[in-house]
Ligand binder design. Structure first.
Ligand code: PSU
Ligand code: MN
Length: 305
């Protein structure tokens, strides 16, 4: 095992016994939601995965150690510290680890640590992508490069239209990342089920997701797979309301000159404030829905289909 990696006893036992395991990220806890809803949601997501017959492995960097599987006290610690925890992407790992610091893992670093641990399925809310205006800012999330190179299936609810969804899909196509719609032909836009953009393939069962991912691995094709699972209808938001909030948040971000790694956390927090918390409850529900699908898919991946 990698000398920088610590598996919790529960995760170590599950992996050794070939039980299904689902990775979870921690930036969604520290930077993606306010305290205490972030901690409540993280624990509820873990419970949902256990109820689905899999073992949750929440991933973070604590005291310079790469952790797969956190205790409730560690989740509380990250949630309370919130945005004071470093948001750790690929480029941040060397210094954070060498210094013995804490880091909240993004989709990128959660994929890296999941792969080191041997975990194949990862559930989250939304991924990073190509930002609006990237043709001048060059702000493209490292999440897309990680999907191109690291063998983990990421189950999300699509991407928020804080991003340029069309360019994000073009980038993923160039990098050879399959974009699958779960039960849909259309890329979901996180808070809403529709975006106007098509996914590469529609898949309707966890078994089909597992079979496609297994085929990719067995052919030796580098990289992961992106599964986009639309928010359950009953929790989806009014597109006019959410898109107005997103446009306002993006305009404010540009006006304030916010850049780099601060952009996404700023936008997420502003959208939540502008929508008066409605977006937070939609966010929580879509993460739970992704956790259910991930547990079923991790289970299907163990069985030959
Ligand atoms: N998008 C969301 N919610 C999130 C994130 C993105 O809708 O919580 C977080 C994830 O951790 C993702 C990261 O990997 O932000 C992307 O940050 P950036 O855009 O700086 O790459
Ligand atoms: Mn960026």
């Amino acid at each position: 095992m990698n000398k920088y990696l610590d598996l919790s006893p529960e995760v170590a036992e599950a992996l050794a016994g070939g039980k299904p395991v689902v990775a979870l990220e921690s930036t969604i806890i520290s930077h993606g939601m306010p305290y205490p809803q972030n901690v409540e949601t993280a624990l509820l997501v873990e419970k949902t995965i256990r109820d689905g017959g899999a073992v949750p492995a929440t991933i973070a960097i604590i005291g310079g150690r790469l952790k797969a599987g956190l205790t409730p006290a560690e989740i509380e610690y990250l949630g309370k510290k919130g945005r004071a925890v470093a948001k750790a992407s690929r480029r941040d790992l060397p210094v954070l680890v060498a210094r013995g610091d804490d880091g909240a893992t993004t989709v990128t670093t959660t994929m890296i640590i999941a792969a080191l641990a041997g975990i194949k399925v990862f559930a989250t809310g939304g991924i990073g992508g190509v930002h609006r205006g990237a043709e001048t800012t060059m702000d493209i999330s490292a999440d897309l490069e990680e999907l191109a190179m690291t063998p983990v299936m990421v189950i999300c609810a699509g991407a928020k239209s804080i991003l340029d969804l069309g360019l994000t899909l073009e980038y993923l196509e160039t990098k050879g990342v399959p974009v699958i719609g779960y039960g849909t032909e259309e890329l979901p836009a996180f808070y809403t089920r529709r975006s106007g953009f098509k996914v590469d393939y529609r898949v309707d069962t966890p078994e089909e997701l597992a079979a496609a991912f297994r085929a990719k691995m067995e052919m030796g094709l580098r990289g992961g797979m992106l599964v986009t699972n639309p928010i359950p209808e009953e929790y989806s938001m009014d597109p006019a309301v959410i898109n107005a909030a997103i446009d306002e948040a993006v305009a404010e971000c540009n006006a304030r000159g916010i850049k780099g790694k601060d952009t996404t956390p700023f936008l997420l927090a502003r959208i939540k404030d502008i929508t008066g918390g409605d977006s937070l409850s939609a966010n929580i529900q879509l993460v739970l829905s992704n956790a259910r699908l991930a547990a079923a898919t991790a289970a299907a991946l163990r069985i030959r289909v």
